[in-house]
Design a protein around this ligand. Sequence first.
Ligand SMILES: N[C@@H](CCC(=O)N[C@@H](CS)C(=O)NCC(=O)O)C(=O)O
Length: 102
Amino acid sequence: MPQTIERSPERQTEVDREVESLTLYHFERCPFCVRVRQQIERLALPIEKRDIQREPRYRQELMAGGGRTMVPCLRIDKGERGAEWMYESADINRYLAQRFGD
Ligand SMILES: N[C@@H](CCC(=O)N[C@@H](CS)C(=O)NCC(=O)O)C(=O)O
């Protein structure tokens, strides 16, 4: 497994704050979710994860917001502009690398 990124404590604090707007919908055994969780770990991102198999209400949230129950899906909160629901593990991993790859 690739090494986890290291940041200054100040930068990590900023990143920790930034990822409060992100939520990953996933489930444990989904291989595409595994790839995204590995990326999240490599980039040291404390992103909230919602397992749609363990919690039916998370599946409902995903369907209501994103329009599909496919996982992984990254919810990106845009404040007053609503939220973006990003599907596709490759797109999610690219987005996270571009935003937090430092
Ligand atoms: N191309 C997608 C594939 C994702 C996918 O097939 N996820 C499966 C679980 S491993 C799924 O959610 N299937 C149910 C559905 O499509 O509603 C990706 O890379 O994220």
